[in-house]
Design a binder for this molecule. Structure first.
Ligand SMILES: *Cc1c(COP(=O)(O)O)cnc(C)c1O
Length: 216
């Protein structure tokens, strides 16, 4: 099915109030254009250079909103947020104070608030990014006080195996205890379960664009 067709299938099943983030990592800029022409406005990227290059290639689409959903090294923040005209953007993967400070500094220099989500390692997987659940309240307080950032909520990537719902519920509970409005959870294989558990942003790649080309 075409990108427009896949988007329509998803839209027909999404409930109001849930933002569909089309994860376009490793897809060419033309695929983003095609989705944009079909009405899609929120796009997600995983790699700082690819975000920068695609944002430049698509700078003529003024109301396109970028979401960074990949692991972010602090020294890549300058690639992600170069000096220049501010654009609406979200970062879903803030998981440590140094990264929050650097994002705030760069965002404040551009004069645009950056919406951020804290990534939580809900299942405490040793190899995974994300703050430990008990570290989230402290990190949330820090981010809420930084001038360049607007704290919106939490994000998680549950373990690849097993039922994701207990992890979605755990994230929901932390978000509620901190009175945060947004939850980014759910991908192509589990977004419906995530929406049932309270997701406000779902990150869907292959169910829109098809299989990903290998990373260049
Ligand atoms: C790639 C990716 C997605 C999209 O995954 P699909 O299974 O293709 O929908 C969502 N979230 C993150 C963090 C990703 O890296």
């Amino acid at each position: 099915m075409s990108i427009a067709g896949q988007l329509q299938v998803l839209r027909d099943r999404l409930r109001p109030g849930v933002t569909l983030v089309a994860v376009s990592k490793t897809q060419p800029a033309e695929a983003v254009r095609e989705a944009y022409a079909a009405g899609q406005r929120h796009f997600g990227e995983n790699y700082a250079q690819e975000w920068r290059d695609k944002a430049a290639a698509l700078a003529d689409l003024p109301d396109l909103v970028w979401h960074f959903v990949g692991s972010l090294q602090t020294n890549k923040v300058k690639v992600l947020l170069p000096a220049g005209p501010p654009r609406a953007a979200w970062v879903h993967t803030v998981d440590r104070p140094e990264l929050a400070h650097e994002l705030s500094k760069r965002a404040a220099q551009r004069g645009a608030a950056l919406r951020v989500l804290l990534e939580v390692n809900v299942a405490r997987e040793p190899q995974k990014a994300g703050a430990a659940p008990e570290a989230v309240p402290g990190l949330a307080a820090l981010v809420a006080g930084l001038p360049g950032l607007e704290l919106r909520g939490l994000m998680c990537i549950p373990p690849a195996e097993g039922d994701p719902r207990p992890h979605f519920r755990a994230l929901h509970a932390i978000g509620e205890s901190l009175h945060l409005p947004d939850l980014s959870m759910g991908m192509s294989g589990d977004w419906e379960a995530a929406v049932e558990e309270g997701a406000t942003l779902v990150r869907v790649g292959t169910a829109i664009f098809g299989a990903r080309p290998p990373r260049a």
